[in-house]
Structure formats: structure tokens, C-alpha cells
Design a protein around this ligand. Structure first.
Ligand code: FES
Ligand SMILES: [Fe+2]
Length: 351
């Protein structure tokens, strides 16, 4: 299908947000020392992650010399990252500190690789490619905030052949439940979705849905049926806080889609619940069933969102999401002030 008119022409605004690129566990399992390096792609850019001198850093995955990938190199005992090709050594600031072929000559000024802002939160490694405006935060996750949660599970990331936008829309799409998840998440008898108020608060889309309680009779007990409160930090994060109908306990499904390329995404999942005796693989297994229902459908969609798609009133969440993406994309072309205003101006519809 041709995308005649893309929803957002210039995607560079996405560089101003924090995106997860790996779990801490992936880094610690990358080699015997648990320090990497590991290579990832974020917004089409190759990024290397490594632990240098006990600090986790992110840099452009390209040696300044002959452009070999630093992620194929190694971390030296003195905390430098060494290129695999001719052994140039980089520090945590991205600057080359030593060129072994001519160790007594000064290191050229241009001998550096771009260092990016890198933080660890929720057991995930986050990167912000462009920090010049410094007006975005790592998205909210309730898993460690709510003392009712006794168990937090950081899922193994999964890759989809779809854009991060499509994955976000899929997760928040009310009208697909009856068709893609009959008998797992929804009863097809409830195929007409509610149209709910949607607020913009502090860079998040917030909304609430209360699916029919009668579905308890037909869905499996693992299905997280309850009242669903969404806090979706722009552009790709969703904190779905559930109050389960079956036992009135909280249950959290948190997801963030990381944009790898225009057509691929890497997805991070955190589940939190109140029963420490439930083995972790139980809720994960159910999520895998749900994901296996979604993925083949979503991967049939083209990556980019288009203005030529038909939007119904029942697509309200997606419509609001797209509207905001367009505003952010446009505001970013005007500069920091406009972007900050577009991201952080609250619009309240629910009261
Ligand atoms: S390409 Fe990295 S040292 Fe030559
Ligand atoms: Fe789904």
C-alpha cells in the first residue's frame, strides 16, 4: 500500500525523547564481565552500550577511524572501549584516548564518537539521542511506586516488524479486542467499544476504560479483566493500571515500544502484581499468547502512519494520539519553546 501522505513528515522530534534500548540483564549477560559492549539500533542509528568504569554509557556505534562497529570490540580492564579493528581506545565521554599505532602522537581532535545521554531506570537502559532541549523525562512506570505490588517482572524484549507507532496504537486500540483476542482478552459479544474522555497531562495521554464485567464468565482466569487506567507517556510508553474484577487487586501492564527503524520496533514489558507466589512465567505466558495474536496482524500494516487512513469516532484514542504526534512533529520544526509547549500543555476533557 502506498502511503500517499505521511502523518508526520519530519520524524526528527523523536530524538528528543528517552527510549529504552536494552535491559540491564541483557548487558550483564553479554559477556563474563557483564559490561558489554552490545550494539543496538535506535531511530535508524547504531548505538553501542557498555559499562565503563561502573558507568553505563551509550555512544554512536562507529569508530572515528575507519568506521568499524565499536560494539564488536571490547571493554578493557581500565574502563576504555576498544575498537576491534586497529585498537583505538575510547573513554566514557566518547573521546579517543589512545591510538596504539602512534601512541606518542597527539590524538586528533576529530577522533571521537558521539556520546549520548544514558540512564538506567526500571531495570532498563534508556538513551536520549538529542538532549539539547532537555524537556522530556523517562516515562512513568507504576511497578515500583505502588506498595500494593509485591512482584515486578521485567520481560525479555521482543522485536516486531512494525513501527513503534503501530505497536502503541495496537496496545491501546479498543475495537480490535473482539476480533484479535476473542476468548483471551475479550468476548466478541462486546464488539462496540466505548468512546472515553482523553486528557493530556504532563506529556501523557490519560484515559480510562471499564470493560463489561459479564466477560468474566467467558474469559480465562489469567485474563486481566478489570477497570483499565491508561497513562501513556508520549510517544511510545503505556502504563496500564488495572483493578482486576475477579479479586479487586491491582495488576500492571507496562509497555514501551522503542523505535528501531521506520518499520521495526523493540518492545519492553514490565508486569507487576500482588501475589509473590505466582511464578513469573505464568503472567508472561499469557502475555505471549496475546502478543502472538496481535503480531501477525500488526505486521501486515505499513510502518508509517498516513493521513489517508480512515478514522472513526471509535478510534478516538488513536485519533488523539495522531493529533498529538503531528503537533509535536510540527512544533519541533519551530524550536525548543514550541516543542516544550506542545508536549507539556495540559488539555483536560474528563471534567
Ligand atoms: S576502525 Fe576503529 S581503530 Fe580503525
Ligand atoms: Fe491486542
Amino acid at each position: 500500500m502506498n502511503i500517499q501522505r505521511p502523518l508526520v513528515e519530519d520524524q526528527s522530534y523523536l530524538r528528543h525523547f528517552w527510549h529504552p534500548v536494552a535491559t540491564l540483564q541483557e548487558l550483564s549477560e553479554s559477556n563474563a564481565q557483564g559490561v558489554g559492549p552490545i550494539g543496538r539500533v535506535l531511530l535508524e542509528e547504531a548505538v553501542v552500550i557498555a559499562k565503563l568504569d561502573d558507568k553505563i554509557v551509550a555512544m554512536a556505534d562507529r569508530c572515528a577511524h575507519r568506521f568499524a562497529k565499536l560494539s564488536a570490540g571490547k571493554v578493557l580492564p581500565d574502563g576504555r572501549l576498544q575498537c576491534p579493528y586497529h585498537g583505538w581506545q575510547y573513554g566514557s565521554d566518547g573521546k579517543c584516548k589512545l591510538i596504539p599505532a602512534c601512541p606518542n602522537d597527539p590524538v586528533p581532535k576529530k577522533a571521537f564518537t558521539q556520546a549520548y545521554e544514558c540512564e538506567v531506570k526500571y531495570g532498563l537502559i534508556w538513551v536520549r539521542l538529542d538532549s539539547s532541549w532537555n524537556c522530556s523525562s523517562i516515562p512513568y512506570c507504576e511497578a515500583w511506586e505502588n506498595p500494593e505490588f509485591k512482584r515486578q517482572i521485567i520481560g525479555v524484549p521482543y522485536d516486531w516488524g512494525s513501527s513503534a507507532e503501530r505497536r502503541w496504537e495496537n496496545f491501546t486500540d479498543f475495537s480490535h479486542f473482539a476480533y484479535v483476542h476473542p476468548g483471551t482478552l475479550y468476548d466478541p459479544a462486546y464488539s462496540e467499544p466505548a468512546i472515553v474522555p482523553i486528557d493530556r497531562v504532563g506529556g501523557e495521554l490519560q484515559f480510562f476504560l471499564e470493560p463489561g464485567k459479564d466477560m468474566l464468565n467467558t474469559l480465562p482466569p489469567e485474563s486481566p479483566l478489570g477497570s483499565w487506567t491508561y497513562r501513556a507517556a508520549m510517544p511510545y510508553s503505556i502504563n496500564l493500571s488495572i483493578r482486576l474484577y475477579r479479586n479487586d487487586q491491582p495488576f500492571l501492564l507496562w509497555t514501551t515500544s522503542s523505535p528501531v527503524t521506520a518499520d521495526t520496533c523493540r518492545n519492553f514489558m514490565i508486569i507487576a502484581h500482588t501475589d509473590p507466589d505466582i511464578p513469573d512465567d505464568q503472567p508472561i505466558r499469557f502475555q505471549k499468547i496475546v502478543l502472538a495474536e496481535d503480531q501477525p496482524v500488526i505486521e501486515t500494516q505499513p510502518g508509517g502512519l498516513s493521513l489517508d487512513e480512515i478514522s472513526l469516532p471509535t478510534d478516538k484514542v488513536s485519533n488523539q494520539y495522531r493529533k498529538w504526534l503531528r503537533e509535536l512533529g510540527h512544533a519541533a520544526t519551530l524550536g525548543k519553546e514550541a516543542f516544550e509547549k506542545a508536549l507539556l500543555t495540559d488539555i483536560i476533557e474528563s471534567r
